[in-house]
Design a binder for this molecule. Sequence first.
Ligand code: ADP
Ligand code: MG
Length: 270
Amino acid sequence: MAQRGRNDTSGARPSTRPFAFFRAGARPDPSVADKPILVMDDVYKYFQPDVPTLRAVNVRIDRGEFVFITGPSGSGKSTLLQLIYRKLSADEGSILFCGRDIARLTRDSIPYLRRNMGVVFQDFKVIGHWSVFENVAVALEILEMPQRLVRARVSEALERVGLSGRGEDRTANLSGGEQQRVAIARAIVAEPALLIADEPTGNLDATLALDILTLFEEINQAGTTVLFATHDHALLSARAHRLLVLEEGRLTEAQKGLAGWATRVSRAHA
Ligand SMILES: Nc1ncnc2c1ncn2[C@@H]1O[C@H](COP(=O)(O)OP(=O)(O)O)[C@@H](O)[C@H]1O
Ligand SMILES: [Mg+2]
């Protein structure tokens, strides 16, 4: 609410477009250019009274970062991500996305927020009986983009994920790794500023998992901020990205990467 634009002098103009569309890499609005993409300040989420699933979560993520989020099953990784793409709302604290508080947005503002985000899940969530093209194009069609532009953008996204020329294939006929690439193409086709991945390699074998991680890194290098949740230690130790750790709903920064965190955990259990 503090972020209502300075130019917003007239109370009469309805707020039909509460969010600018922050494209990857681009900085269309100078007022957000120097703001971190995400700041969580003392965030709490409760599913039961008095037992917070997330407690006092504080974190700042800058534009262009690649961030791993890890922690044991049930530690709150998915809950944390769901607060960011607003499947859930926070009970306490603030969540600033490009400087705007999204912790408790009204329902009609959520689609505008989500235009700035792509989300990839463990189970792909692609439509098997649709073609590869249709699965990716749907993300642009809901934005009412003209068909000619849709075709160009979808084929570009398919090329980025290594599925050039596969647009007409029935998605169910693709392998698991390929189906996850379709889901990634759908997540990036609108060029969101933030790409959120919730255990995206959980259903893939070790080699494919590393390929998919590499694909997210390429997308990151092209300008998209990436939040990648995984509990796969092989992936976490393969790369030296910034590492956030959730344990019993508390988020901490693993200062020395996985090695530092693993040492601390094994000492605690000794
Ligand atoms: N919609 C929900 N309703 C009630 N409890 C939930 C809900 N979502 C998650 N939880 C609980 O919150 C905790 C964290 O879950 P989750 O965020 O899925 O953890 P992770 O993704 O790290 O495995 C778990 O105890 C889970 O049972
Ligand atoms: Mg989860």
